[in-house]
Design a protein around this ligand. Structure first.
Ligand code: RB5
Length: 151
């Protein structure tokens, strides 16, 4: 999909304000439209709230894909995955970001502001957003099985 056709949501807790701002600026420079669902304050902000705001943005089709950042990326990914239709992957390298789009049709990528550098975060975000779902039958079947579990 063309960058201009992809709307990206980004969300974060208090530990990830700086990284969120860097990634958001990078993606805007790359031509993406980015909606900020996270906190802009370094006052304590619970990551489940940041996850829910982004998940709702995807469920309501305000955005196509999302990026969620907390200290480790783990808490926010667990919270994202509690929402229907959300397939969130927490990772610290670009290969997983590519494969989770190709195989899992993941709609949120998560990483940790206390774990990875800004350059790596940009790389992971770029890879995630530019990789399409492979549309393979075996992958579609497995994703349908995940949706069954959700019911
Ligand atoms: C907040 O201090 C921290 O617990 C949170 O950002 C995240 O790392 C949880 O998984």
């Amino acid at each position: 999909m063309e960058k201009r056709n992809i709307k990206v949501g980004i969300s974060n807790d208090h530990s990830a304000v700086e990284l969120k701002n860097s990634v958001m600026k990078h993606l805007q420079e790359e031509g993406y439209e980015v909606i900020n669902y996270g906190t802009d304050s370094t006052e304590s902000y619970d990551y489940p709230l940041a996850a829910t705001a982004l998940a709702k943005g995807i469920q309501n089709k305000e955005v196509d894909l999302g990026i969620a950042i907390c200290g480790t990326g783990v808490g926010i990914s667990i919270a994202c995955n509690k929402h229907k239709g959300i397939r969130a992957c927490c990772c610290s390298e670009a290969t997983s970001a590519r494969l989770t789009r190709e195989h899992n049709d993941a709609n949120i990528i998560c990483f940790g502001a206390r774990i990875i550098s800004t350059e790596l975060a940009n790389d992971i975000a770029d890879t995630f957003l530019s990789t399409p779902f492979s549309n393979g039958e075996r992958h579609k079947k497995r994703i349908a099985m995940i949706h069954e579990i959700e019911q």
